[in-house]
Ligand binder design. Structure first.
Ligand code: ARG
Length: 574
């Protein structure tokens, strides 16, 4: 709810409650016919068996709206159309203009939020499939941090398990120095593939690999050292990719699967004491309530495999327990692809049954669909391989460089490089963030890099253009105007859009549906374009000029902040 709609709803709600004799939703929304409309009378009429227009009339009569609204009209079947008074808009905008935080208050009760995201696998390439998790998780971290929460970034690196047997044996075959060299080149897949093909073709190697897994799990010192070497080299590489992508994950955010190793035995012990552990085909499992397979049989979450090894599920259980008990997190976010939905729901349910996830603590799967190629299949390179994230960033920046050169050939080299990076990286991120995350979306260079439409370059350009108005006019907009007067329709439309910022941010902090913030920013930029076409700014005079400058400034700040929350930079000129 935005600043303005919250005010209106607070005035309407008591009137609706008085008419209904109980709390009733005013059902307020933006309107084509006025600034807002309240549709609550219709539902109420059905419930009370009365005429909706009569109810609307009674609500309007009881509601205290005179100071906020210019007109209040009952239309059609019983809609209440509200047009906000210019004075009210002017005052609210001035408040927003004075506020560093643009009307968005920090959380009254800050939470500890753990965000589980990115999570590539050691000695495997970070590919385009890791992009949504990395980008959405990063936006979540920035947004919740800005709202004053304590954010713990948990990069659940795949750094443990049976593949390490073959990886370590391959490392020994080629020598440590050569392995470190190969891995530092960033071609993790080649290393993995070489290990894999020996494993598949060579029985003796396979045997060594199996023994190596046992040594690793047994904590053999030399084996652990070699494992660490693989992890360190991969981490270095991942950090370089994060840096290129302008993602705020650092070295201290790696909480790989191995981090939870010591907790696995206690976790299983606790599940056993709680009476939750069952035996199934030699494995130790938990049957969380409410999960059945197609035949209606209960579905197990495997905790300990029949060979004694712990599974992916055990690690996730240990992680939940650690996050609520040790970190005292009350909100756990899992930015993981939708195919893992059932796994996560089962982990959450087991954790609830074990008492590791009880209110106020809650877990939320921030799921996302796949990145598809133009052919509608999983996005791959022309040779049919998965696309390396690092290559993707390079290509984006290269394409952006060409675009920027065409658009503004006068930029000096350093500025150009900087702008190209923000535009290229921003375009990739925005493509992920601006589409409904639960749907698959097509990776489309031309669309994401377009200066038109719902894209990062469009928003970045809109903001840079506003700053260029100030440069051209040699003015610094005043941020503490007593009132920002709006009179023209395009001006009003922009003003009301800006006042919605707070509501959008608050909603997205809960839903993590970043496409709503993206769509909102796009609306703001579009509203600004209409305003700028219809209302002279630098050529206006006196109070009108001041107000329009302030309105432009607010627009630039909302765009800059909004993009920043999405993890996207905004150049001052481009
Ligand atoms: N490493 C896993 C993968 O690449 C993702 C891990 C997600 N996080 C988790 N807590 N399970 O599929």
């Amino acid at each position: 709810m935005g600043t303005l709609d919250r005010l209106l709803r607070d005035r309407l709600a008591p009137a609706f409650a008085a008419v209904a004799g109980r709390p009733a939703d005013p059902s307020l929304r933006r309107s084509q016919h006025a600034d807002f409309q309240a549709d609550g009378a219709l539902a109420l009429a059905r419930a009370l068996g009365r005429n909706p227009r009569d109810i609307a009339a009674e609500v309007v009569q009881r509601a205290r709206l005179a100071d906020l609204c210019k007109t209040v009209e009952i239309a059609g079947a019983g809609f209440i159309n509200l047009t906000v008074a210019d004075d009210a808009v002017a005052a609210l905008l001035a408040d927003m203009g004075r506020d560093e935080r643009l009307g968005v208050k920090a959380a009254e009760v800050p939470e500890t939020v753990v965000i589980d995201y990115s999570a590539p696998n050691v000695a495997k390439e970070m590919h385009v499939g890791h992009l949504p998790s990395t980008v959405i998780g990063d936006a979540a971290a920035r947004l919740l941090d800005w709202l004053g929460h304590r954010v713990v970034k948990a990069n659940h690196l795949g750094d443990w398990g049976t593949p390490f047997g073959m990886l370590i044996e391959h490392l020994l075959d080629i020598g440590e120095a050569e392995a470190a060299h190969e891995l530092s080149l960033g071609d993790l897949n080649a290393f993995y593939r070489a290990a894999r093909s020996k494993f598949d073709a060579d029985e003796a190697f396979k045997e060594r690999a199996r023994n190596r897994v046992v040594a690793l799990q047994g904590g053999d010192e030399r084996t652990i050292r070699l494992w660490r070497l693989l992890v360190d080299e991969s981490e270095k590489y991942f950090l370089a990719v994060y840096e290129r992508l302008d993602v705020c994950l650092t070295e201290k955010d790696f909480f790989g699967e191995s981090f939870y190793n010591d907790m696995l035995v206690p976790v299983v012990g606790e599940l056993d004491r709680l009476g939750l552990l069952r035996e199934s085909d030699g494995a130790q499992v938990v049957f969380p309530a409410g999960f059945t397979n197609r035949d209606g049989n209960p579905l197990p979450l495997i905790v300990r495999k029949s060979d004694g090894g712990f599974g992916y599920g055990a690690t996730d259980l240990a992680a939940i327990r650690y996050r609520t008990r040790e970190l005292h997190a009350t909100r756990l976010l899992y930015v993981i692809g939708l195919p893992q939905r059932q796994h996560l729901e089962m982990v959450f349910e087991v954790a609830r049954e074990a008492g590791w996830l009880s209110p106020p603590a809650r877990a939320q799967h921030v799921g996302f669909g796949s990145v598809l190629g133009p052919d509608g299949k999983i996005f791959r390179s022309r040779s049919g391989e998965t696309v390396k994230l690092a290559d993707l960033v390079d290509e984006a920046v290269a394409r952006a460089t060409t675009l920027i050169e065409e658009k503004n050939p006068d930029l000096d080299e350093a500025t150009k490089a900087n702008v190209a990076r923000m535009v290229g990286v921003g375009a990739i991120k925005y493509a992920d963030l601006s589409s409904d995350r639960t749907r698959d979306h097509v990776f489309d260079w031309a669309r994401m890099l377009s200066f038109d439409g719902n894209t990062a370059p469009y928003l970045q350009y809109a903001r840079a253009r506003i700053l260029s108005i100030f440069r051209r006019g040699g003015v610094t907009p005043v941020r503490d105007l007593a009132r920002i007067t709006v009179t023209e329709p395009a001006e009003r439309a922009l003003a009301i859009e800006l006042l919605a910022f707070e509501g959008v941010v608050t909603e997205v902090a809960e839903s993590l549906d970043f496409h709503k913030l993206a769509g909102y920013l796009h609306q703001v930029a579009t509203a600004f374009t209409a305003f700028y076409e219809n209302c002279p700014v630098l050529r206006a005079e006196g109070e009108v000029r001041e107000s329009r400058l302030a309105l432009s400034d607010l627009t630039a700040r909302v765009l800059g902040r909004g993009l920043g929350l999405l993890g996207i930079g905004a150049p001052d000129r481009m």
